[in-house]
Design a protein around this ligand. Structure first.
Ligand SMILES: [Zn+2]
Length: 328
């Protein structure tokens, strides 16, 4: 999966702008300056500089020089660390370079990675250029903290917001399968409890694979310098961190479902339901509950979260929880 697929909508906008000759002269790309934001900026530049008709080809000499940050008509600025500021002199040099005649007769581009590291002085130097941009110049400001940029800079740039790794796709994939599981609650017996538990485990594995893929794409070639084992470690840690977030969202959704059941057993009006569109299923399930057992079910779901944080095997946790949910 490449940048263009991951951020298809943002990419389509850029490509169309290029084809119609209506690209902006400055963009704020909101994404990781070491991951998605960086790759998007590189693809953007390849689109401008590529020598092939099917652009960006990624393999011609220009594309390769752009990818290696060695193209003579591109100038990259990147602070060594997040704590470091980008100085006014660096921006002056960037402005000087991109306002000169291009070496190869086409576009000139300045790229500022971690643009949130611009200080007031350097941002002001940049502002002057943004007010009177020379033709065929492009400025790309890549940042994952756009709120740290001066509003006057933001307002003079077009904004491209890239979704963070895994967020949208992982979110989209779990809702429907989870709903299928929730509709089968409470389990009729031990066997159906075990079946639902393994469905939950399958859902979790599926989400995990999706997240790993996105994280991998986000880490990408930028950290290829690291050795294999270190890379695997980073991948595993980031995947696990994101998986925990998504599982927390799933548990919240399960909790909301049981909260709805509790409301129905308490005779509260249907207009207060979170899953209003599921009111028929919820009403059926509420018939199998008392207020007490609905409350207990919420506690059981909360217990799943606690136990997941203790690194107990997932299947075991789900198995125990669904068995406790079996209707009496
Ligand atoms: Zn090319």
């Amino acid at each position: 999966m490449d940048v263009q697929d991951l951020h298809a909508e943002a990419w389509a906008g850029i490509q169309k702008g290029y084809e119609l000759g209506r690209l902006g002269h400055a963009y704020v790309i909101v994404g990781s300056p070491r991951g998605s934001g960086l790759y998007f900026a590189e693809e953007f530049l390849k689109l401008l500089f590529c020598e092939s008709s099917d652009r960006p080809c990624g393999v011609c000499s220009s594309c390769r020089r752009v990818g290696g940050h060695k193209h003579a008509d591109t100038l990259w600025i990147e602070p060594q660390s997040k704590a470091r500021q980008i100085k006014a002199d660096e921006i002056r040099e960037l402005v000087r370079r991109i306002t000169q005649t291009s070496f190869e007769g086409g576009w000139k581009a300045g790229i500022v990675l971690a643009a949130e590291c611009l200080n007031t002085q350097s941002a002001n130097v940049l502002l002057k250029t943004l007010e009177e941009p020379p033709p065929k110049t492009l400025l790309l400001l890549v940042t994952d903290a756009p709120q740290a940029l001066l509003p006057t800079i933001i307002s003079r740039c077009q904004k491209i917001v890239l979704s963070s790794a895994g967020t949208e796709k992982a979110d989209a994939v779990w809702r429907q399968p989870l709903l299928d599981i929730l509709r089968d609650l409470p389990p009729a017996n031990g066997l159906s409890a075990a079946r639902l538990a393994s469905q939950m485990k399958g859902l979790s594995d599926f989400i995990k694979a999706g997240i790993a893929e996105m994280v991998e794409a986000d880490i990408g070639q930028n950290e290829a310098a690291l050795d294999e084992s270190k890379l695997k470690e980073i991948l595993a840690a980031r995947t696990l961190a994101r998986l925990k977030e998504v599982l927390a969202e799933i548990l919240q959704a399960m909790l909301d479902w049981h909260r709805d059941i509790l409301l129905l057993t308490s005779g509260v009006g249907e207009e207060h339901l979170i899953y209003g569109e599921e009111r028929k299923n919820l009403a059926e399930q509420a018939k199998l509950h008392t207020q007490g057992s609905a409350l207990k079910a919420m506690e059981i779901v909360e217990g799943i979260g606690t136990r997941l944080n203790r690194n107990i095997p997932e299947l075991q946790i789900f198995d125990e929880a669904f068995r406790k949910l079996v209707r009496r």
